[in-house]
Design a protein around this ligand. Structure first.
Ligand code: CAA
Length: 252
């Protein structure tokens, strides 16, 4: 896909990886629909997209079916096209499955924390992917859908909820590659390692130090290094249904 003038939706675009993707895809001449929970918070990310042919911002909760349906209908109405989606919106609610201290059960991962992560990271990707695919099929010009997974998809301590969702979005990318090829739609997934974002900065210091010491490349990744992998998936027309790992060679 030649990104010039293509209409790309990026969810979770206000900060971190999403904002970096917006900046990079704008530099390639894409027209962008930047989505976050609170539309006002995306203004800064939008203004950082120098050279973009057209950047618009939308407030929507990706976990809410009615809001996601309205969002994609609005984007297609505003731009008259839909060529790509990056399912990037994601949250963490880290906690051990069970926590024992001095032979006593002192805590459990709450159902609330489990469900919050499932709602945004898994149901949100399903809903946005479904609506994007429906519009792309109707418009008849094909498209590309990229799901942002994580190194944690393999299973990470404290992340029963997050790991399950990040494994799930990789599986959805494979499923959609098979189902949607007949509509000219390709898919892909990117699994970032530990990247310099607010999400990683919020980890407990001891966990962060332990991880940093385990990365063979001896540093955290930068958001633009993930955006670069997303750009590759858009541009390579024989790439579909596979996952790119960008993690400095770390294995959890
Ligand atoms: N491996 C094995 N056991 C561990 C462990 C580990 N890495 N970390 C903690 N434990 C166990 C230990 O048995 C520990 O007991 P002792 O050390 O006292 O023997 C017990 O858990 C309790 O540990 P804490 O007191 O630290 O428990 P906590 O409830 O306060 O916190 C935690 C536990 C939530 C897992 C916390 O340590 C944490 O947040 N860790 C970081 C999790 C993580 O890697 N998150 C990634 C966020 S960034 C991201 O998600 C982006 C991405 O895509 C990569």
């Amino acid at each position: 896909m030649d990104l010039r003038n293509k209409v790309i939706v990026i969810t979770g675009a206000a900060r971190g990886l999403g904002a970096a993707m917006a900046k990079r895809l704008a530099q390639q001449g894409a027209r962008l629909a930047l989505v976050d929970l609170d539309a006002a918070s995306i203004a800064a990310a939008a203004s950082a997209c120098e050279g973009a042919a057209d950047v618009r911002t939308y407030g929507a909760n990706v976990a809410d079916e009615a809001q996601v349906e309205a969002l994609f209908a609005q984007v297609v109405s505003d731009f008259g096209a839909l060529d790509g989606l990056v399912n990037n919106a994601g949250i963490t609610r880290d906690a051990l499955l069970i926590k024992y201290k001095d032979g006593e059960l002192v805590d459990k991962m709450s159902l609330k924390d489990w469900q919050a992560v499932i709602d945004v990271n898994l149901t949100g990707v399903f809903l946005c992917g479904r609506e994007a695919a429906a519009h792309m099929a109707a418009l008849g010009n094909g498209g590309v859908i990229v799901n942002i997974s994580s190194i944690s998809r393999a299973g990470n301590v404290g992340q029963s909820n997050y790991s399950a969702t990040k494994s799930g979005v990789e599986a959805m990318a494979v499923t959609w590659a098979k189902e949607l090829a007949r509509h000219g739609i390709r898919t892909g997934a990117v699994a970032p390692g530990f990247i310099n974002t607010e999400m990683v900065a919020a980890m407990p210091d001891n966990a962060k130090e332990k991880i940093a010491g385990m990365v063979p490349l001896r540093r955290m990744g930068e958001p633009d290094e993930i955006a670069q992998a997303v750009q590759f998936i858009f541009e390579n027309d024989y790439f579909s249904g596979r996952l790119i790992e960008v993690d400095g060679a770390l294995r959890l």
